[in-house]
Ligand binder design. Structure first.
Ligand code: X2W
Length: 288
C-alpha cells in the first residue's frame, strides 16, 4: 500500500469494517457533540514501543474524521530499561516508581523522545499534534521522602486543551510535569489520564494496552462489564489478578466521579477504531 495516501488508507480502513452502517451512525452521533473533547486516550508505554504504527493509524484517522483525541502516553517499560542502564535501582511503591531526583533527567529525556516519535508518526500520516508540557498540567510532589520526584495532578487547564482540540490538532501529554516552582515530577500516566478525563468529560475514555482488554477466567477478552450488575462478582473473582484488579478499581473510581452515561474502553491499538465505531467493539467496554 506504499503509494496510497493515509487518507485513502483511512477510507479503506473504515469501508473495510463490515459494519458500515453502524460506523456511519456512530460518526453522526459523535460529530453532533464534537464541541469539547471527543476522547481521552491513554496509551501504555508497551504499546508505544510495539504498536506505534497501528496506534498512529488509528489516531490519525480520528483526526481526519475531525474527532481529535487528547492523548496521554506512558513510558513504563522504556524507563525500566533506561534507569537500569544508568544503574538506578528499580523500585515501585504502591504502583508508583520511586524516582530519585537524579533519575528525572533520564525520565524527561525518554518521554520527550517518545513524544517526538509519536508526533513524527502522526505527521507522516498527515495528522497534526502538539506536545503539551507545563502549560496545561500542574502537579505537586506526593511525598518526596517516600517516592522521590513523583507527582500527582493538582489542576488541568481544560480550556487550553479544548482550545487545541478545536484547532483539529491532537494534544499529546507526556507524564512529566512541573510543580508551581518548576520542579519536574514523574506522574503515573494512568493517574494523569484519569485526572484529564475528569477535567474534560470526554465522550469516550480509552486505555490502549498490550492485552487489548480485561481478560476473563479463560484468558479471552471480556466484551463488556456493567459494574452495577457484575462488579461485585468480578471483584470477588480470584482470577482477576494484581495489575488488572488495580486497573479495574481505578476505572470504577473514575466512573463514579463522571456522569452515568460515561464509559471506559480497554483496547489494543489495532482494535481502537473498531471499539469506537461498532456495537460489538473489540476490547472491553466498562460502564457503571
Ligand atoms: C510512571 C510513568 C510512566 C507510566 C513510571 O515511571 O513508570 C510513575 O510510576 P505506563 O507505561 O503507562 O505504565 N510514573 C510515578 O505510567 O507508563
Amino acid at each position: 500500500m506504499g503509494e496510497m495516501s493515509f487518507r485513502e488508507r483511512a477510507s479503506l480502513l473504515l469501508a473495510g469494517l463490515e459494519e458500515g452502517r453502524e460506523v456511519r451512525a456512530y460518526l453522526k452521533q459523535f460529530s453532533r457533540q464534537a464541541e469539547g473533547c471527543f476522547a481521552v486516550i491513554k496509551v501504555g508505554g508497551a504499546v508505544m514501543e510495539r504498536d506505534l504504527d497501528p496506534l498512529a493509524d488509528a489516531l490519525a484517522l480520528l483526526q481526519f474524521l475531525e474527532l481529535p483525541p487528547l492523548v496521554i502516553f506512558g513510558a513504563g517499560p522504556q524507563l525500566d530499561k533506561d534507569l537500569e542502564a544508568a544503574g538506578i535501582p528499580h523500585e515501585r511503591r504502591d504502583g508508583l516508581r520511586v524516582t530519585p531526583e537524579e533519575a528525572m533527567s533520564i525520565v524527561g529525556a525518554r518521554t520527550s523522545r517518545m513524544a517526538i516519535a509519536l508526533s513524527d508518526a502522526l505527521r507522516r500520516r498527515g495528522a497534526a499534534s502538539v506536545t503539551v508540557q507545563g502549560a496545561a498540567v500542574k502537579a505537586r510532589a506526593i511525598d518526596t521522602e517516600r517516592y522521590g520526584a513523583v507527582g500527582e495532578v493538582t489542576s488541568i487547564d481544560a480550556e487550553l486543551l479544548t482550545q487545541i482540540l478545536s484547532t483539529g490538532s491532537i494534544p499529546l501529554l507526556p507524564c512529566v510535569h512541573a510543580d508551581d516552582r518548576g520542579r519536574l515530577l514523574n506522574l503515573n500516566a494512568d493517574g494523569l489520564a484519569n485526572a484529564a478525563a475528569e477535567a474534560l468529560r470526554p465522550q469516550k475514555i480509552v486505555f490502549v494496552t498490550g492485552t487489548g482488554g480485561v481478560l476473563g477466567e479463560d484468558g479471552s477478552i471480556i466484551n463488556s462489564i456493567n459494574l452495577a450488575e457484575e462488579g461485585e462478582e468480578l471483584f470477588s473473582s480470584p482470577w482477576l489478578e494484581g495489575g488488572m484488579r488495580h486497573k479495574m478499581e481505578e476505572v470504577r473510581d473514575l466512573l463514579e466521579r463522571l456522569p452515568l452515561a460515561s464509559s471506559v474502553s480497554i483496547v489494543s491499538a489495532q482494535g481502537l477504531v473498531r471499539e469506537l465505531f461498532t456495537h460489538k467493539g473489540s476490547g472491553t467496554l466498562i460502564r457503571r
